[in-house]
Design a protein around this ligand. Sequence first.
Ligand code: TXA
Ligand code: MG
Length: 321
Amino acid sequence: MKNEESVRRAAEIIKRGGIVAFPTETVYGLGADAFNPLAVARVFEVKRRPHFDPLIVHVSRYADLEKLAVEVPSIVKRLVERFWPGPLTVVLQKREKVPDIVTAGLSTVAVRMPNHPMALSLIEMAECPIAAPSANPFGYLSPTTAEHVREQLGDEADLILDGGPCRVGVESTILSFLEETPELLRPGGLTLEEIESVIGEIDIQKVKKGRPDAPGMLQKHYAPHTPIVIDRWEQKLGAFRGKKIGFLAFRKPEREMEGGPMEILSEDGNLKEAAANLFAAIRRLDALKLDVILAESIPQVGLGRAIMDRLQRASGKGEIK
Ligand code: TXA
Ligand code: MG
């Protein structure tokens, strides 16, 4: 009941042109009415996000996609039927009425239906699609709890909806459908394996080379203040002698590591659990004012691709090896 009341208040704020932080299954978003350019402008301002970086438009029903995109190819229909609501964003040619500020002047729009009851009822009650980036200051790690949002955006949002920790923990997978072959722009919470099981092979070349067409995919992104180094720990320990080191482990190490605090993403190396813990774990290490965070490599399968992508960006290297 209490939740329903706060969602109702949040929807009123969106309707009046305000901005609201809200939970999704991936990360928290900072949302505004997608058809209100002034409200969307405030999102950019609060996030200190450059205007060349377009926002994802969040919808609560399939029909809204058809209102935003000129045409929905059958391959996209098949995908969203299977994976919406969920961590999949599709990029399509936009309709003229989608404001330029949302799409950063591009002729395309990115759309997704989040799989979180609070997000879905917020969109329903606000009676408009909601344009929202992740609710972090530009360049920093995405928030996976309402507390993260509070710490960083304080009272700059008109309201922060608390839906608990995000279940998925990494942002949505972004696919573009402008070319013959669907193209991966950002690995994320929906795995390549799942996507390809429905539509066959997709083009991952640009992401592999670290040069996707999502304008927000800057090499250094999702970054904590502490430098992150991804390497074999034994090989780096000597080089960092005398420094304050923190460790980010994928699974529980076989032997104890000495010399600094450690975060374990998943005791038994479960990728889902690791993704859900990733950003909060890095934040906790970042708060310790260390000289360096030594991170372990993650297997490049399933969600491992998205986790490794975020780790590499956090360390300033965009490339996926
Ligand atoms: O899981 C998510 O996707 C979260 C939650 C809140 O939904 N949102 C999110 O938004 O991660 P943001 O703004 O942090 O990242 C959106 C990415 C950016 O890299 C942006 O450049 C790209 O999507 N993007 C948005 N519109 C696009 C378009 N028309 N063409 C290509 N890339 C686009
Ligand atoms: Mg973001």
